[in-house]
Design a protein around this ligand. Structure first.
Ligand code: MLT
Length: 407
């Protein structure tokens, strides 16, 4: 008998963004002439930067020539890309990360979802609430939780991120082993200061814990006092893994390229207490289950670090930040209390309504898609998230429609 992994039945029937897509499709089928503006899933809308496109084309041509054709690439990613990442994203900021501590992949979603395979099933996991659902769901699939009761899985320690703590959770009172953090945060748009991250790093060092730090939105930081990487905090290289992506800075959501930083000093422990390096474990996992990102895409990602690429990425992120500022201004003007929208492409909006009711209302009355906050956790109830990833024209139109709909 082929028995199935019954942990899947603990999950909600479908993934949050699939649920939303289904609702939008049903609405669209019922009213096909209605133009819908999508400010739900954080998917970019502008084309790839010119520098990336040029490098991409050139690399595709190389694949057409026997002399320059490439088959399987190096398992960790091409050195040309890892060297640029190490220099530009870390060393130039005074952070000591070397190219062999970087592993190129096809997405931060995959990496943050897959890394839980490296840990035993007895660990205690701390998850922020609200949170990017991938962190939770992949641990549920792996059987590290009990059933879902009232929106929360038994066995997880939830770190409440609320208006009261500025959406930066406090350290847990119970001892935890694995901690998921994301700043600038998805979904709240909140940012964490160096002092706040230091508390987590100190906690992890004292408790032999590990931090999984999702920095997919770091390119939206404009406040120079905010950390772009957890490795700006002393000692973090012993207790943290960081996830980065080219999706939101350079528009690679459809192209797929990201990377994970696992410092050589970063350690886990065997059951007998022996300290072990995390890097060989992640390399073993990736080289067994993943065959790398294609050569043309890694060349396109490398172009992010050219002078033109850097300028174009800055223009792109400025473009979305301008949308974010407009959403923040308009929604605040309508009387909503908002977080995020500065140093982040997401605006987290408090309402008096149930999240899904407000989602439906905005869709029906304004033709605007947002993301219901409750989809990110119980602390997201009565919030919605509006994404700044769309054209200026569409964001202006969406704000106009929401104010006319008087919701
Ligand atoms: C989101 O909308 O939360 C993100 O687009 C999800 C993702 O990056 O996978």
């Amino acid at each position: 008998m082929i028995t199935v992994n019954e942990h899947y039945y603990k999950l909600k029937a479908s993934y949050l963004f699939s649920d939303i897509a289904e609702r939008v499709k049903n609405y669209s089928n019922a009213d096909p002439d209605r133009e819908i503006i999508r400010l739900g899933i954080g998917d970019v809308t502008s084309p790839l930067p010119r520098a990336c496109i040029e490098a991409f084309h050139k690399a595709v041509d190389e694949m057409a020539d026997e002399a320059t054709f490439r088959g399987y690439g190096p398992e960790q990613g091409y050195a040309f890309l890892r060297e640029k990442i190490a220099k530009n994203d870390f060393q130039d900021r005074g952070i000591s990360i070397s190219p062999d501590e970087i592993i190129v992949s096809d997405g931060a979603k995959c990496d943050t979802g897959n890394i839980q395979e490296l840990f035993s099933d007895t660990i205690t996991i701390a998850i922020p609430d609200p949170v990017y659902p991938v962190y939770v769901d992949t641990n549920v699939m792996a059987g590290r939780t009990g059933a879902n009761a009232d929106g929360r899985y038994q066995g997880l320690v939830y770190l409440e991120s609320t208006a009261a703590n500025g959406f930066v959770p406090a350290l847990p009172s119970a001892k935890v082993d694995l901690i998921y953090l994301c700043f600038p945060n998805n979904p709240t748009g909140a940012t964490a200061t160096k002092d706040q991250l230091k508390e987590w790093v100190d906690y992890a060092r004292e408790n032999k814990a590990l931090i999984l730090f999702d920095a997919a939105y770091e390119s939206f930081i404009r406040d120079d006092s905010l950390p772009h990487s957890i490795f700006e905090i002393e000692g973090a290289d012993e207790v943290a893994v960081e996830f980065r992506s080219f999706s939101k800075n350079a528009g690679f959501t459809g192209t797929r390229c990201a990377y994970t930083v696992v410092p050589k000093k970063c350690r886990g422990f065997k059951q007998n207490g022996e300290a072990v390096e995390m890097l060989p474990l992640w390399l073993r996992r990736q080289s067994t289950k993943f065959n790398g990102v294609s050569y043309p895409i890694q060349r396109a990602a490398e172009a992010v670090y050219t002078e033109a690429g850097r300028r174009q990425v800055r223009e792109l992120t400025d473009y979305y930040l301008k949308n974010a500022a407009l959403i923040l201004e308009k929604m605040t003007g309508l009387g909503y209390t908002c977080t995020g929208g500065r140093n982040s492409p997401y605006i987290w909006i408090k309402s008096d309504m149930d999240s899904w009711d407000l989602f439906d209302l905005l869709l029906q009355k304004a033709g605007v898609v947002c993301t219901p906050g409750s989809g990110f956790g119980t602390c997201g109830e009565s919030y919605i998230r509006i994404s700044a990833f769309n054209s200026h024209a569409n964001v202006e139109k969406a704000m106009q429609r929401i104010s006319e709909a008087s919701v």
